[in-house]
Structures are given as C-alpha cells and as structure tokens.
Design a protein around this ligand. Sequence first.
Ligand code: GLA
Length: 391
Amino acid sequence: MSLLHERVVARFETYFGHAPSVTAYAPGRVEVLGNHTDYNEGFVLSAAIDMGTAFAVSQAEDTSCRLYAADFSEESRFAIGRPERTDDMPWSNYVRGIVHGLRAHGAMERGFHAVFAGDIPRGAGLSSSAALEMSSALALAALYGMEIPARLELAKIGQRAEHEFAGVKCGLLDQVTSLFGQEGSLVHTDFRTLDVAPVTLGDGYALLMCNTHAQHALNDSAYNERRELCEAAAAALAKLADHPVTHLRDIDWETFGKLRGSIDPLAAQRAAHVIGENTRVRKGVALLRGGRVKEFGQLMYESHESSRTNFENSCAELDFVVDTARAIPAVLGARLSGGGFGGSAVLLLPADAAETTAGKIAMAYKERFGAECGTSVLRPSAGARVLEGSA
Ligand code: GLA
C-alpha cells in the first residue's frame, strides 16, 4: 500500500468508524509539449506523474453523500439524487459533477461516505482537479457496480464536470493523461481519434517541475476566452480553405501562412500558437523516437516563446524560470505546462543535473521575486486505478 493510500484509508476509518469498500487512485499530469491543442483536436505529449489523489468510499444506509476532504478538513454533503453545483466548498463540485455524469450509467440509489487526499500541489497546473475527478469516478463506478463501456467515457464525464460544475471549458488532456499514463513513458495523444501511444524520453533524462506559485486572477475566464477565439479562427479559416475545416487541427502551418492575413489579427495570433504547437508535437514525437532529445528540448523553448508572444498565456514568473533555465547549459528545454497564466514550468534535462539545476532556479527565483519556487523531479507514472474492492 502506498503512503497516500494508507493515509486515506486511516482517515476514512477514523472519520466514519468503519473501513472503506473501494479505494481508487488517479495521478496528476504534466504537459510536455502541445499547449491548448487538445480542444482544437490536435496533439499533445504529456505524462502522468508520481503525485495524485486517493479516494476511499463505501455506500451509505440512506441517500445522503458525505464527502470529506482530508487535506483541508472540510466535509460537503449532498443528496445522491441532487448532485448540484455549489459555491460553498467549491472543491466538492468536481465530485458532484462526477456523480451527475455517472448517474447516466446506472442506478445510484443509496448515497456514500467518502474521504480523499492527495499530494499534488494545488494551483500548480498539474491537474489536481482531474486527479480528483478520475479517482472518484473509478471508485464510485466500482462501488455501484457500473459497467462503463470504455475508460474514455470517464474522461468525458470529468470534462463535463469541469465545464458544467467548475465553469472551465477545458479539453480532455488532463483526464486522458491521468487515466492512460504509462510508467516510465510520455504519452502522445491525438485528440481527434483519442488514440494514445507511449513515447519514451530515453534513459538518463528527467523532467523537472518548477512551481512558480503564481496564480493570475481570472485565469478560468482567460482560458475560456482563448478557446472561443480558437474556435472563431477555425470558423473563419473554414470559409477560406479549400478543404473541410472543423477545428484548427485541420489547418497545417503552410496553409495557415497563406490564409492568416485574411482573418481577424488577434484570432490569427492565437491560432498561430495552436497550429505551431501541433507542428512541434508531430516533429517532437519523431525526434524522441529517433533519440534526438536535445533537438526535442529546442521545441520546448519554441513552444514557450509562442505562448509568450502568440497566445499570451505566460506571465513574468514563468518567463523568468524559462529564461533562467535557458542560461543553464545542462538544461535542454523549458516551457510553461498546462493552461498558463501562472502555475508550473517543466524543464527537460539530464537526470544527474536535476538537483543542482533545481537549486539554481529556486535561488534565482527567490532573489528576483522574494518567493519560493517549488521544484521536484517528475517521474512518468502509470494511470489511474482501483486499488481495492474493485467490483
Ligand atoms: C488545462 C486544460 C487542458 C488543456 C491545457 C492546455 O490543463 O484543462 O484541457 O487545454 O490546459 O494545454
């Protein structure tokens, strides 16, 4: 049993006075290349990480659901038949949204008792919310004996929870990576076909996460605004292209070069990021498969530069980490990871340079911002799973 699993089971037992029937675990994720491409039906290289959320649950005698967040000692209650969105304890919306989505897959008559805890720093852009969604979805589906036709369905239920209960119009990246992560490997996902394939970084390389702790206000609305502009760009390009276009995925870099001058300049600027990212991910997969890790690192720097100038989803703190990393010869690549507007940067470097690099970045960051930059080496890990009591 992992430490986290043990902690959740122990907290469950003290809180509810009996053992849980099912426990599930889901990891967070790091986005390595391919920014804001998922909802544009493009490509991403990502990895599930060795930090996540464990969720323990048993059925209640009545219809009430009691959900206890062990990390912040708060309990949220709702009736199983009415898992509504709430402004009180907003963290509970992810699980409420999952319950809402699962109800379409089978009977949920009795309520439940649940405890969850995790070790993903919140607000770091490492998808602690997707880890909560996927761990609760797996645990609850097992508890109620539901036949879920495909795991992908759980990812979609998680995405709907974000859209309808948390108000973020995210893609499927976080949930898919949490479910389909592979030990020791990145995963390459095609967000049109939803095919997932492993791609290894190669021995001796590591991913270092640098959490700026910066959280720029309104990042959910900025995210949704970016998405709307991408959709507007796709619609405008569809009118000009000589082939069918439903998403930015359908426009390659060359075609974009010919058409971009004829659409709204801001929409074109946002689209340039997404189309550029799709190109970089395709190139990046080939480079990694050919063992050309150094060149892959360059694509990460290019990705960040495009975030900074085209998509404008970086910030001073992230730019500082990336610039500092670039000045360290051992580092091969660095970029912001995830939605942006704060959160974490991810660095690619030889594993034996990780510790000293982390120290240098943390020191420089402290000097510049007077604040801590949390660093940790991320180990690409296996995806979400039921830990015990699988029905
Ligand atoms: C967040 C969203 C994802 C994805 C990334 C950016 O993590 O939840 O769906 O869009 O941002 O690539």
